[in-house]
Design a protein around this ligand. Structure first.
Ligand code: PRP
Ligand code: URA
Length: 241
C-alpha cells in the first residue's frame, strides 16, 4: 500500500539550510533532486526531542509544537520582501524598512495542522487562516477531503501549508492540489517531521513547492507511520486515541 518506487537518500548535501536529497525512481531509473530546507537550529532540535518522546504529555506536547512552529516561521519568512518608508525617530527623520509584497495565508491541514497555527500567527498576526480538512483512510492510507475554507483573495496571497507530519505525502499533495485548484500560486509546505518517501512524493507532484522541515527521518513502517517519528500527531495534540 505504501509506494516504494522511489529509493533515497544516497546523499544529502548541505548548503546553508538547504539539504538536497537525491532520489532514484526505481521504475523509471530516473534521478531527481528534491530540495528540502531542514531547520537544524539547536532550539528547534532540542524541542523536537521532547516532542518525539512518548513520555511527553498532551499539554507539553502542544506547547512545544507551538514553540517550534514559531521558530520555523522565523526561518521560513527570511525571504519576505521589504520596502523603505520614511519615519521620524525622536532624534531625526530616517528611512526604515517594513514588509511589502504579498500577504500571507496559513493553511493548517486538519486536524493536526491546527497545532502549528498559533505559533506562526505570533510572528505574522495579520495572516489569514484557511482550513483544509483531510484524514488518511487507515486501510488505503489515501487522503479523504472533508472540509475546505480559504481566504477569498486566494490568488493574491502567498500560502504556508502547515502539518506536523509528512509521511506518504498523500495529505500534503492533496492539500496543495486543493489550494492550487482554487487559484493559489505561491505555496510553501512546513512540517515538523518528514519521511523521505513523503518528500519524494511531494517533490514529484508539486516541484514548485518548497518543503521546510525540522527533521528528515529514516522511513515509513508498514502502517505508514514515520520511523522514529513521534506517533500520531493529531492524537498527541488533542489527547485522543
Ligand atoms: C496525519 C498528519 C498528516 C497525515 C500525514 O493526519 O497530520 O495530515 O497524517 O500522512 P500522509 O503524508 O501519509 O498523508 P491524519 O490523517 O492522521 O489525520 P488527523 O490530523 O485528523 O489526526
Ligand atoms: N501521521 C501521523 O500523525 N504520524 C505519522 O507517523 C504518520 C502520519
Amino acid at each position: 500500500r505504501i509506494r516504494r518506487s522511489v529509493w533515497f537518500v544516497f546523499f544529502d548535501t548541505y548548503i546553508g539550510r538547504l539539504t538536497q536529497i537525491l532520489l532514484l525512481d526505481k521504475r523509471k531509473g530516473a534521478m531527481t533532486v528534491a530540495k528540502v530546507y531542514v531547520f537544524d537550529h539547536p532550539l528547534i532540535q532540542h524541542k523536537l526531542t521532547y516532542i518525539r518522546d512518548k513520555h511527553t504529555g498532551t499539554k507539553e506536547f502542544r506547547e512545544l509544537v507551538d514553540e517550534v512552529a514559531t521558530l520555523m516561521a522565523f526561518e521560513i519568512t527570511r525571504d519576505m520582501t521589504l520596502e523603505d518608508i520614511t519615519i521620524e525617530t525622536p532624534v531625526s527623520e530616517t528611512k526604515s524598512k517594513v514588509l511589502s509584497g504579498k500577504k500571507l495565508g496559513i493553511i493548517p491541514i486538519l486536524r493536526a495542522g491546527i497545532g502549528m497555527v498559533d505559533g506562526v500567527l505570533k510572528l505574522i498576526p495579520a495572516a489569514k487562516v484557511g482550513h483544509i480538512g483531510l484524514y488518511r483512510d487507515p486501510e488505503t492510507l489515501l487522503p479523504v477531503e472533508y472540509y475546505v475554507k480559504l481566504p477569498s483573495d486566494v490568488e493574491e496571497r502567498e500560502f504556508i501549508v502547515v502539518d506536523p507530519m509528512l509521511a506518504t505525502g498523500g495529505s500534503a499533495i492533496a492539500a496543495i492540489h486543493s489550494l492550487k485548484s482554487r487559484g493559489a500560486k505561491h505555496i510553501k509546505f512546513m512540517c515538523l517531521i518528514a519521511a523521505p518517501e513523503g518528500v519524494a512524493a511531494v517533490e514529484q507532484a508539486h516541484p514548485d513547492v518548497d518543503i521546510y522541515i525540522a527533521a528528515l527521518d529514516e522511513k515509513l513502517n508498514e502502517h505508514g507511520y514515520i520511523v522514529p517519528g513521534l506517533g500520531d500527531a493529531g492524537d498527541r495534540l488533542f489527547g485522543t486515541k
